[in-house]
Design a protein around this ligand. Structure first.
Ligand SMILES: *[C@@H]1O[C@H](CO)[C@@H](O)[C@H](O)[C@H]1NC(C)=O
Ligand SMILES: *[C@@H]1O[C@H](CO)[C@@H](O)[C@H](O)[C@H]1NC(C)=O
Ligand SMILES: *[C@@H]1O[C@H](CO)[C@@H](O)[C@H](O)[C@H]1NC(C)=O
Ligand SMILES: *[C@@H]1O[C@H](CO)[C@@H](O)[C@H](O)[C@H]1NC(C)=O
Ligand SMILES: *[C@@H]1O[C@H](CO)[C@@H](O)[C@H](O)[C@H]1NC(C)=O
Ligand SMILES: *[C@@H]1O[C@H](CO)[C@@H](O)[C@H](O)[C@H]1NC(C)=O
Ligand SMILES: *[C@@H]1O[C@H](CO)[C@@H](O)[C@H](O)[C@H]1NC(C)=O
Length: 460
């Protein structure tokens, strides 16, 4: 008996430590109306060499197909439930009972993330519910004798008010004392992780004049940055961003909480007014970050040499229903039809990639005119509503498409929508307006103007 117990104990210990390993996973977002079924998706995940999956809910149809696979799974408590769960242990217990307990013996659920980027969400009320909800979920797991599941919450980089130099990493003053400090205490006590969404892409794109692209892509041979306070030398932007978090945690008295990359990635396409979103850069970044994260022994970061950083790449698919600028819909490793956007292997076996990548065409900012037109195949009813909305905004936005005016003809819904979108965007881009209209609109650089009808444009 003693021997058997010892054996089982050793077995459990080894599985546990294997799970806190440098395996790279994939974020399986599902904001698309054309995505493969869950069973097909799991096959595709395996074909990418991903060893972990993170989902943004606890969809039972997905958890069912993960039964009896070796894939390590991270599920999420939806943002909307956090306020109520934070106030009620009963609701928390119910959530765990419904979403974890029925699957736990057959699905390797190892992480429950409470909400997504809550501290970036404009609903500031929920910020204060976050840590109480995390504590309740952890306690519910304990009640059900589930001890192997870590509880955390993914943060965007903008939980920091300063990230440069990395040693100056500091949490935002509005959340530091009331929310981050108790969160770090919880994460430290439960030996969980600080989950972070880290995108060198956005940091570079916002500052492309000052940051070297190769430095953001892990490709720089000659650009380095030495932190004047620590004298640590950085060879890429990713390490800089990670260490900014490390120093921010240290500043609050928690120098040892481990990092977990909840999301990282690079867009393979985007809008004309976005820079550097292309297949070449996406393949380069994702291949390099996988190589970095799977190196044995672990590389860590300059501030934490040798530390293991588990990770999830964003994302499995290009998701056509994600709102926001075009990059948002183009982070996928796969097209919705399941074929790879570029060769990539997340297993860390770093194969020789054989197919040449298309040369990047948008690494410099686009200069010229852009129009905003109706997207191909846009829903006609929705298009009508969008025209009404666009025309009700701004100054004389739709005057030219009134009967008898220069852009009335051809009198078609698509033509009028294209004019209305261009006219709207030309007035509102400078105030943060986007060319999106729920996916009905798309940017173009070929002038739709026709005859005497001139379309308003945005000039970059
Ligand atoms: C939260 O609780 C309130 C009061 O019981 C209820 O009205 C509301 O629907 C709940 N919210 C959600 C998202 O379940
Ligand atoms: C360090 O961060 C603070 C804000 O937390 C900022 O005011 C200061 O400028 C930063 N220092 C440097 C050298 O950038
Ligand atoms: C964090 O956890 C470690 C290990 O359990 C403990 O030694 C340390 O005191 C904790 N730090 C704080 C600030 O509570
Ligand atoms: C690094 O090398 C590249 C290519 O040789 C060159 O274009 C760039 O100016 C160099 N940058 C620095 C900071 O030396
Ligand atoms: C999958 O979709 C992409 C992008 O639309 C396309 O380029 C590719 O040819 C498609 N692959 C297959 C096998 O249909
Ligand atoms: C088209 O849009 C309308 C109104 O937005 C919506 O009710 C309808 O379901 C949509 N049709 C399709 C096929 O998506
Ligand atoms: C519309 O015109 C008014 C008055 O000239 C101006 O203040 C406002 O900014 C204009 N609106 C837009 C969207 O350009």
């Amino acid at each position: 008996m003693g021997f058997v117990h010892l054996f089982i104990f050793a077995f459990i210990v080894s599985t546990c430590s294997a799970e806190i390993s440098n395996k790279v996973g994939i974020n399986w977002g599902q904001l698309g109306n054309n995505l493969p079924s869950p069973p097909r998706s799991v096959e595709l995940v395996k074909s990418l060499g991903a060893k972990r999956i993170k989902i943004y809910d606890a969809n039972p149809d997905i958890l069912k197909v993960l039964k009896d696979t070796d894939i390590i799974v991270s599920i999420m408590v939806p943002n909307e439930l956090i306020a109520n769960i934070s106030k009620s242990q009963y609701l928390s217990d119910q959530w765990v009972k419904t979403n974890v307990v029925p699957f736990y013996t057959e699905v390797k659920i190892r992480y429950v993330l409470v909400g997504n980027e809550i501290l970036t969400n404009p609903d500031t009320g929920t910020w204060y519910n976050l840590v109480p909800a995390m504590r309740r979920i952890k306690s519910s797991l304990k009640t059900h004798k589930i001890h192997k599941v870590k509880v955390g919450t993914p943060s965007a980089m903008n939980v920091l008010e300063s990230s440069f130099p990395p040693s100056n990493g500091t949490f935002r003053s509005d959340i530091s004392a009331p929310i981050i400090k108790p969160m770090l205490q919880f994460l430290n006590r439960t030996k969980s992780f600080f989950f972070v969404d880290v995108y060198p892409y956005f940091a570079w794109a916002d500052n492309a004049k000052d940051i070297n692209l190769d430095y953001a892509l892990f490709e720089s041979k000659n650009v380095t940055y030495t932190d004047p306070v620590t004298s640590l030398t950085y060879t890429n932007l990713f390490d800089q961003m990670m260490d900014a978090i490390v120093f921010a945690m240290k500043r609050l008295g928690y120098p040892d909480i481990r990092l977990f990359i909840a999301e990282t990635g690079w867009p393979n396409n985007g809008d004309f007014d976005q820079i550097g979103a292309n297949i070449y850069n996406a393949a380069t970044y994702n291949r390099n970050v996988v190589k970095r994260l799977t190196t044995k022994p672990a590389f860590g970061t300059p501030a934490r040499p040798g530390s293991v950083i588990p990770s999830f790449i964003f994302a499995l698919y290009n998701e056509n229903q994600k709102p926001g600028p075009g990059t948002e819909r183009h982070f996928g490793l796969l097209y919705p039809n399941g074929s790879k956007v570029y060769e990539i292997d997340l297993s860390g076996n770093t194969p020789e990639y054989t197919k040449p990548l298309p040369a990047p065409t948008n690494n410099e900012p686009y200069k010229g005119k852009i129009w905003c037109v109706a997207a191909e195949g846009a829903n006609k009813t929705a298009l009508g509503d969008a025209i009404s909305y666009a025309c009700s905004q701004g100054n004389k936005t739709c005057e030219q498409i009134q009967p008898g005016n220069k852009c009335f003809k051809p009198n078609s819904l698509v033509w009028h929508a294209s004019y209305a979108f261009s006219s709207y965007w030309a007035q509102f881009k400078k105030m943060g307006g986007s060319c999106y209209f729920n996916g009905l609109a798309t940017q173009t650089v070929s002038d739709p103007s026709f005859g005497h009808c001139k379309f308003p444009s945005v000039t970059l």
